[in-house]
Design a protein. Sequence first.
Length: 339
Amino acid sequence: MANTAFQPRVFSGIQPSGGLTLGNYLGALKRFADMQNEGNFETIYCMVDLHAITVWQDPETLKRNTRELCAGFIASGVDPEKSILFNQSQVPEHAQLAWVFNTVARMGWLNRMTQFKDKAGKNRENASVGLFAYPSLMAADILIYHATHVPVGDDQKQHLELTRDIAAKFNHDYGVDFFPITEPVIEGAATRVMSLRDGSKKMSKSDPSDMSRINMTDDADTIATKLRKARTDPDALPSEVKGLEDRPEARNLINIYAAFADMTPEQVLAEVGGKQFSEFKPMLAELAVSKLSPISSEMSRLMQDQDEIDKILRRGAERAREITEPILAKTYDIVGMVR
Ligand code: ATP
Ligand code: MG
C-alpha cells in the first residue's frame, strides 16, 4: 500500500530512563529539530514514560527525568508550538492501541527482537512482560498517529520493521487499508554512536558506566576527560574512510565529529587524516563542548520552572489526543468493539 493516502507526519520518542547522551542528541534530538524546521511534516515528539518502566525506575527519579527530557527536547530546538510535545502516559490511546497490537503481533516476531535479548541479558525468565511486549507499544506510539516517517537511531531499525509487520497484518486480517506502512528515517553520520569504552557496544543512557558516554549535561572538563580516556588504537588517523575498517573506536570518534560539524566522515578525514588521537581528541572535545554547552545551560534554565514544563506537557497531550481519539475509535470499530 502506498503511503500517499496519509498526511506526511513524523512521530518519534525518547525514554526518560536517565540523562540524555550524545547518542540521543546526534541520533535523535538534533534530527527531530531538523525535521520540524524543514516544514515538510507535521512533527510529534514524545517522552515515552510507559516504555521506561519496562525496567525498574525509581518513581521520583522518573518524574524528574521526564521533565529534564522535556527540557532537553526544547533546548535542542524542538519548539512546543511548532511540534506536538508531550509524555506518553498522558495520552491513554497509546496503551489502548498497544493492547490491540499485542493480539496482532506474534510471539515468534517478538522472540527475535535483539533489544529484548540485550536488555533481558542472561536472566530472561526474570525480565518483565512489558520489556518483551515493548515493540507492540512502540508500534502503537507510531500508528496511533498514522505517522508516515519515524526518525530514529540505527538500533531501532528492527522495531520499525516490526511496526510495519504489525500494520500490514492488521490491515490484512481486517481487510482494511487503515494503518500506513511507516518509513524509518535513519540518516546522518551518527546513526549509531558507540560506547567510549567499547567500540562494539552502542552508547546508552542506561549503561552502568558513566565513562562509556557523554551526557548532554556534562561540563567542559568532564567531556574533555571522557574523550581523552576514550578507548582508541595506537595508529594515526587515516585520510580515507576505507582506513577506518576494523577500527570501530576511530570510526566512532570521526562519525561524532562529522555529525556535530554537519560534514561527512570523508570530509573530516580529508582535514584530520595523519593526526594522532592525542591531537584529534582535544579538537573533538572543543567542538562537542561548543555545541553541547549552550544546550545544557538552556536545559538548566528551563528546569527551574517545573510548572511551565508540566503545562507544556499537558497542552501537548491535549493536542495529541485530538489525533489519537478518532484513530482509536475507528480501530475499535474495525475490530468489532461495541461503542
Ligand atoms: P536506554 O539505554 O534506556 O534504552 P537509549 O540511550 O537507548 O536509552 P532510547 O530512549 O532507547 O535511548 O532511544 C531514544 C532515541 O535515541 C532512539 O531514536 C534511538 O535510536 C536513539 N539512540 C539511542 N542510542 C543511540 C546511539 N548510541 N546512537 C544513535 N542513536 C541512538
Ligand atoms: Mg534504547
